[in-house]
Unconditional design. Structure first.
Length: 138
């Protein structure tokens, strides 16, 4: 019988991040300007409480791979190919790292995430919306 290799979530997160070229909020903003797809994976309740990013496509985490895999019958029109740069955004930059690593496992080698997530995005003064109002500087 073989021993089961167990890792803590901190080890799993470190492994995921080792394969990412994570972006600061300003770097993510620049990437969007160059055609990257910003994907917000926060659940609806979290987006309602914290705000939204107008440039983001919302794809909740539980369907992310199906929506962005270019080979999936359930992909979004934006899932144009494996060379698409996908920048994943969550609340604080933890879940997004795991999600970006999962997208890389699908062959989306340019997938990455935003260091600090939505909180850092908002603190950097990048555009957000809340209750239909566009805010700059959160």
């Amino acid at each position: 019988m073989s021993a089961v290799r167990r890792r803590t979530i901190d080890e799993v997160l470190a492994h995921a991040r080792a394969g990412l070229q994570r972006l600061s909020p300003d770097e993510a903003w620049d990437a969007i300007g160059r055609g990257a797809l910003l994907v917000d994976i926060r659940p609806a309740g979290q987006r309602a409480a914290e705000g939204d990013v107008p440039q983001a496509v919302v794809i909740e985490r539980n369907v992310l791979e199906w929506r962005l895999d270019p080979a999936s019958d359930h992909r979004l029109p934006q899932a144009t190919g494996y060379d698409l740069q996908v920048v994943v955004l969550c609340s604080e930059g933890y879940t997004s790292s795991l999600a970006a690593a999962a997208l890389q496992d699908l062959g989306l080698d340019r997938a990455t995430d935003v260091v600090g997530g939505f909180h850092a995005w908002s603190a950097a003064g990048l555009p957000t919306t809340q209750q239909g109002r566009v805010l700059v500087g959160g």
